[in-house]
Design a protein around this ligand. Structure first.
Ligand code: GDP
Ligand code: IMO
Ligand code: MG
Length: 421
């Protein structure tokens, strides 16, 4: 089977960028299948840090083909900025980056609509990254969207204007004040940059690559608990972040999926609003945020922190058919005396083992507790050198979700990884 999938099992920011970069040498193709510039995937190597939003995390491996699939939504302005930052480091980027004609475009008015809808919601706001993700997917589903392939049409400007007018009507209805000219100029300039790249019928090309036995890694964005169907709705993103999204977002059959790598932090974070049963609003949460440097890669917002939630993790493992777990940021727990994980929820005195329909009710997590290892694991590269306390913690997670932990990440750098197999 040629297509392995790597995705986040929590509420995003599990370290997907870092781990895709680590695994990329074993693959000929890296492909993004959903999400857009709401994602912020961080890679670190040679003392440099790069944050990717739309571009797949295989871009720094010179011989890797990177595909932006049909399920992705693209803001040309953010794309141009990303290319500007990457070009000096990725000499082959114009050759190695291919874009699906079926990927949808984020217009400047989509971003305005995102802001207008969030303002309307007041204190019930989603805490969106305000990149226009929701409104763009809305237009896709309601069959109004503009796609990468439309750029090649002589009627592109006309199509753009039709959609723009619809958006402006809604913005006026919502009494939302806005400035558009400057952003629109930038947007059309950025369209010229995006045109320098090869637009492809990605479903055809990806299947061709599969038939040629090329190894493909599909890179998820966000996390399963932000999935539009299975996440903590409505506090979710607007795409299917689960494994099934790979099929619709790249045009591949389920039978072509091989390994499913599920990432989870050794603790848990969430950015934006919405329920988070294991959240710690105390000094322990603060210590996780500080030690883990938990600030959004896209928005800079402080991430909410808490203990790892095995009820949610088990649910995500089930939804995705995870074949191998990858634990990240284990090093962040170096200094903790005690480490906890939620193993069930107590709701009105009743013990619940599965994720309930309504995650926003009054949930008290029931925790299992572990002794911390109280030593620095960030320089360790071999399983045999890992402290027994960490191995016990890992074994507990494996037993609980019935999937092995195959890699443990112990630092942001690409070298900070331990193979557990
Ligand atoms: P992504 O969205 O899943 O790619 O994750 P982000 O890049 O948004 O957030 C993960 C953050 O943790 C980034 O700053 C990474 O550099 C960093 N990181 C990744 N893995 C590790 C790790 O094992 N240990 C530590 N300390 N940091 C890590
Ligand atoms: P990566 O790929 C963490 C969150 C936002 C908000 C909700 C909806 O880096 O893991 P949206 O902009 O999609 O309308 O926001 O989803 N969110 C993320 N949180 N990591 C991400 O991506 C996220 N992308 C969106 O904070 O709560
Ligand atoms: Mg991120």
């Amino acid at each position: 089977m040629n297509v392995d999938v790597l995705l986040g099992l929590q509420w995003g920011d599990e370290g997907k960028g870092k781990v895709v970069d680590v695994l990329a040498p074993g693959y000929e193709v890296i492909a993004r299948f959903q999400g857009g510039p709401n994602a912020g995937h961080t890679l670190e190597f040679e003392s440099r840090k790069h944050v990717l939003h739309i571009i797949p995390s295989g871009v720094f491996r010179n011989d890797c083909i990177n595909i932006i699939g049909n399920g992705v939504v693209i803001d040309p302005i953010i794309f141009e900025n990303e290319i500007d930052g990457l070009s000096p480091h990725c000499p082959n980027i114009y050759k190695n980056l291919l874009i699906s004609k079926r990927a949808h475009l984020i217009l400047p008015t989509h971003r305005l609509l995102d802001a207008a809808y969030e303002a309307e919601k007041g204190s019930a706001k989603i805490g969106s990254t305000l990149k226009g993700i929701g409104p763009t997917y809305t237009d896709k589903i309601s069959r109004n969207g503009l796609r990468i392939g439309d750029i090649l049409s002589p009627k592109f400007k006309e199509k753009y204007n039709e959609l723009r007018i619809k958006h402006i009507q809604i913005l006026n209805m919502l009494n939302f004040k806005f400035q558009l000219d400057e952003e629109e100029n930038k947007w059309f300039e950025a369209i010229k940059i995006i045109q320098k790249f090869t637009f492809i019928d990605s479903e055809i090309e990806v299947n061709k690559l599969i038939n040629q036995n090329k190894k493909i890694l599909a890179e998820g964005a966000q996390g399963s608990m932000l999935d539009i169907d299975f996440g903590s709705y409505p506090f979710v993103t607007s795409s299917n972040t689960v494994c099934a999204g790979t099929c619709t977002g790249l045009g591949i059959a389920p039978s072509k999926i091989g390994n499913v790598f599920g990432l989870f932090k050794a603790y848990c974070t969430r950015v934006g609003s919405g329920p988070f049963p294991t959240e710690l609003n105390d000094e322990v949460g603060e210590q996780l945020r500080k030690t883990g440097n938990e600030f959004g890669a896209t928005t800079g917002r402080p991430r909410r922190c808490g203990w790892c939630d095995l009820v949610a993790l088990k649910y995500s493992v089930m939804l995705n058919g995870v074949t191998g777990l990858i634990m990240t940021k284990a090093d962040v727990l170096n200094d903790f005396d005690e480490i906890k994980v939620a193993v069930s929820y107590s709701i009105d005195g009743k013990i619940i083992e599965n994720i309930p329909y309504d995650l926003s009710q009054n949930i008290s997590p029931v925790f299992a507790s572990f002794k911390g290892w109280k030593s620095d694991i960030s320089k360790i590269r071999n399983k045999s050198e890992l402290p027994i306390e960490l191995l016990e913690y890992i074994r507990f997670v494996e037993d609980f979700v019935k999937v092995p932990v195959i890699l443990v990440s112990v630092g942001p750098d690409r070298k900070a990884i331990i193979d557990m197999r």
